[in-house]
Ligand binder design. Sequence first.
Ligand code: FPP
Length: 217
Amino acid sequence: MDGNGRWAKKRSLPRSAGHVAGAKTFKNIARYCNKIGLKYLTVYAFSTENWKRPEDEVKNIMNLLRDYLKDAENFKDENIRVNFIGDRTPLDDDIKALMEKNEKASANATGLTLNIAINYGGRDEITTAVKNIIKSGLKPEDITEQVISDNLYTKGMPDPDFIIRPSGEYRLSNYLIWQSAYAEYWFSDILWPDFTEKHLEKAIDDYNHRNRRFGGV
Ligand code: FPP
């Protein structure tokens, strides 16, 4: 969900206003994905590297997350299952509790699974997986790609088919680096707060014209 800061700057607003607008777009797009029958949406809300930002900005993003989670009505009638990926250890206790509450309350939803990546980093995820696999006592010959997948935050979920990065940046930024091995990418200059259902439709249409070979012919 990139470009919030630049969106705010263009309007001579503080960066926090960009994140507020970004949070609105996030809610719209998640709802839309559920409406069109998408099964999984994973959004990058806060990376393991985002702690480097000024304290105020980190607080602001965490407060937006807090507000969103407190609004328990978010998922009730929408049949959206919410799930968090990332290392929760350094998060505030009330946020951790709200995350759990939302996950439990929506666990039986059968519509969209909405993964929200908080303090998520692909390298951190793989490092944790390696530690857990070693602790489990598995022998080298028992370690398969499936074993690694089963030790990631996305255990039991399909790999992403399609990754959209807005805001004119052409990089992965440590996002789902194991899972995205064969994902299709869509890059666009649109800043995340300006991203609408129409942009998503266009992206999906492009995706539907791709020829995915997965290394075959
Ligand atoms: C990247 O844009 C955006 C973030 C690091 C924060 C994303 C957070 C939200 C959209 C709101 C909170 C989330 C939820 C789930 C309610 P940037 O700040 O790097 O923008 P810039 O590159 O233009 O500076």
